[in-house]
Design a protein. Structure first.
Length: 164
C-alpha cells in the first residue's frame, strides 16, 4: 500500500474515481469558456485568475482564439522563477501559426500578487507586438495576473494601458 493511501485512507479505486471527477470538472469548465468570447481583460482574468494566482512560479500562457474571440487552445509557453519568466517571440508565435488561430492573448502571473509590469514585461510585450505585426497576427492583449488588494488591481492589461 502506498504512503498516501495509508495516510489518507484513500484506496486505488477511490483515487482513480476522484481523479476522474476532477478531470471531468476541468473539461466542463473549459467547454464553458470555449462558448463565451474572451473579449475583455476581466473575462480573461476570471478564466485564468483562480489557477494562476496559486502558482508559485511565473508562468507564461498563450490563449489562441477564433474570429469570435472564443478559446481554441490554451497552453503554457514558459515556466520561470519566483519573479521572472522569459520567452522568445518564435516560441509564442509558432503555435498561433500552426493552429491557424485568428489571434492570441498572453497571460502570466506575478506570484507576489502585484500585477504591475516590470521593465522586462514591457520589453517582452513590445517585442511580441512588433513580431506579430510583422507577421500580420492579431496580438489582442497581454494580461498580468496578480491578486486584488487595496494597493493594486487584480490584473494589468497592456491593451488597456495602450501598449498594444
Amino acid at each position: 500500500m502506498k504512503d498516501y493511501q495509508r495516510e489518507s485512507g484513500i484506496g486505488p479505486v477511490k483515487a482513480i474515481e476522484l481523479a476522474a471527477v476532477f478531470e471531468m470538472a476541468v473539461r466542463v469548465a473549459q467547454e464553458r469558456v470555449r462558448s463565451i468570447p474572451l473579449d475583455s481583460p476581466e473575462l480573461i482574468y476570471e478564466f485564468l485568475g483562480p489557477e494562476m494566482r496559486a502558482l508559485k512560479k511565473e508562468t507564461l500562457r498563450l490563449l489562441l482564439v477564433d474570429t469570435r474571440y472564443r478559446l481554441v487552445r490554451c497552453e503554457d509557453v514558459s515556466l520561470g522563477t519566483i519573479n521572472e519568466t522569459t520567452a522568445h517571440p518564435r516560441e509564442i508565435l509558432r503555435p498561433v501559426l500552426v493552429q491557424g488561430a485568428f489571434g492570441f492573448i498572453l497571460a502570466h502571473n506575478h506570484p507576489s500578487g502585484d500585477p504591475s509590469p516590470s521593465s522586462a514585461d514591457i520589453a517582452l510585450t513590445r517585442r511580441i507586438r512588433d513580431a506579430a505585426e510583422l507577421l500580420q497576427i492579431n496580438f489582442l492583449d497581454h494580461i498580468i495576473i496578480g491578486a486584488p488588494s487595496e494597493s493594486h488591481d487584480a490584473y494589468y492589461s497592456f491593451r488597456e494601458a495602450g501598449v498594444i
